[in-house]
Design a protein around this ligand. Structure first.
Ligand SMILES: Nc1ncnc2c1ncn2[C@@H]1O[C@H](COP(=O)(O)OP(=O)(O)O)[C@@H](O)[C@H]1O
Ligand SMILES: [Mg+2]
Length: 407
């Protein structure tokens, strides 16, 4: 049977056509590729693709839904639309800790504005103000603040101080942001990973102009470089094994020889010849075609042919019990040990400034201001009706509970 590979794409204009040509060249007439064509989407219908490479459903919910139906019908969708829908960067980081890949210290922040159709009452589980002393001591400054689910450098901020953080957080609307330790890097890499086995490491300079970011050289040589490349290779495979992506890029910032995973939720990564350059383009086209053909040949009828990561596979069918991971701590353990260490290590000089500002922040509203509600009664979990009523309509709990500013 001839196998059919489709590609679903948006505005990009170099990768899709090169991919189609390459599959048709390597497929020997047994595997053919073409752009996916949709003229209707009826539930429970198999539209006949054995494999679909998805490059756009993150921006088009209609396509995402189409792809979920296709996956149910047996199409091997690259990347798995179910996992992609569930995933986001904060979870990525948590999983990364569990599989032993270093990531920057990261804290999740509630959105500045409340989501549509919610009220203060929807946030009774959130204590205001947040534990800013802890957060600032743990993360340090400067820091990065970026959406927990995003890409393309949108709404990525470098923040210098608590005031700067609060001011920039004002601009982020309903986005859920992460506050992240800055990795002051000596070297930086972006890594393509296909099928959780084909790995291509690209030196990358994020501080260059967009079109020059891939025009850079590694900062290490010889044995040191070999060792770093091996570590980056292994970390890339580990992350994608756990997450289950067939097609992804992982970014690493290297500090003192240690690669920290910065961004590894790029399931429709840039593959444009004009940004990644000719050599990298050639690699991604060839390997994407090769992998799509492998998936097409491995297709079994009326089976689930999309890929699932170990996180989900092991959840569904637990393998042997695992040794506890060192990086994961209980909140109680963190309270006992981490704050003090972090305070000394991360921001030795800024400790007092940070603390003072964090406490004296009644004017610069804390990000939790609008969403958070009055602290819950001592023992009870979610505040009851009475507490909610007692919360003044507009006043922010951050203001109410934050100590008065001394000028
Ligand atoms: N913790 C960090 N330390 C140092 N640089 C960072 C950090 N987080 C982000 N950056 C810089 O910001 C850029 C964009 O952030 P990233 O997490 O990759 O977001 P996006 O998904 O929008 O690309 C990165 O390529 C890197 O240069
Ligand atoms: Mg990125």
């Amino acid at each position: 049977m001839i196998k059919k590979v489709g590609i679903l794409f948006g505005m990009e204009d170099t990768f899709p056509w090169a991919f189609i040509d390459k599959v048709n060249e390597l497929g020997n007439g047994q595997v053919i590729a073409e752009p996916v064509l949709i003229d209707k989407v009826q539930q429970g219908i198999d539209y006949g693709y054995h494999v679909i490479i998805d490059r756009i459903s993150q921006e088009v919910p209609f396509y995402r839904s189409y792809l979920k139906n296709a996956a149910l019908m047996g199409t091997a969708v690259i990347n798995n639309p179910f996992w992609w829908s569930a995933d986001e960067k904060f979870f990525n980081n948590c999983l990364s800790l569990q599989v032993g890949v270093p990531v920057p210290k990261t804290i999740l922040l509630p959105s500045k504005e409340r989501p549509d159709d919610t009220t203060e009452k929807s946030f009774r589980n959130l204590k205001g103000p947040l534990d800013w002393d802890y957060i600032f001591n743990y993360i340090g400054f400067p820091a990065y603040m970026k959406p927990h689910s995003g890409g393309g450098w949108k709404s990525v901020y470098k923040v210098e101080s608590p005031e700067d953080l609060f001011a920039k957080h004002e601009e982020t609307g309903q986005l859920v942001m992460m506050l992240q330790e800055e990795i002051v890097f000596d070297d930086y890499y972006r890594v393509y990973c296909l099928g959780r086995k084909y790995v291509h490491i690209m030196p990358y300079e994020p501080r260059n102009e967009f079109h020059l970011r891939y025009v850079t050289e590694p900062k290490t040589t010889g044995a040191e470089h070999q060792k770093l490349m091996k570590t980056i290779h292994d970390y890339t495979i580990k992350l994608n094994e756990a997450l289950g992506y067939d097609f992804n890029t992982v970014e690493f910032a290297v500090r003192n020889g240690i690669p920290y995973a910065i961004d590894f939720c790029n399931p429709a990564p840039d593959a444009d010849i004009h940004s990644v350059g000719e050599g990298n383009f050639k690699w991604i086209v060839e390997h994407a075609a090769k992998f799509a053909i492998e998936k097409a040949n491995a297709y079994s009828e009326k089976q689930n042919n999309s890929s699932w990561g170990t996180f989900l596979r092991e959840a569904v069918a637990p393998t042997k019990a695992k040794a506890p991971k060192i990086s994961l701590k209980s909140a109680a353990q963190v309270k006992r040990t981490k704050v003090k260490k972090a305070a000394v290590k991360a921001t030795p000089k800024k400790k007092t400034t940070t603390k003072a500002t964090a406490k004296a922040a009644p004017k610069k509203a804390a990000p939790a201001r609008k969403t958070a509600v009055k602290p819950a009664p001592k023992k009870a979990a979610p505040a009851r009706k009475t507490t909610a009523k007692a919360a003044p309509k507009k006043a922010s709990p951050a203001r109410k509970t934050t100590p008065k500013k001394k000028k």
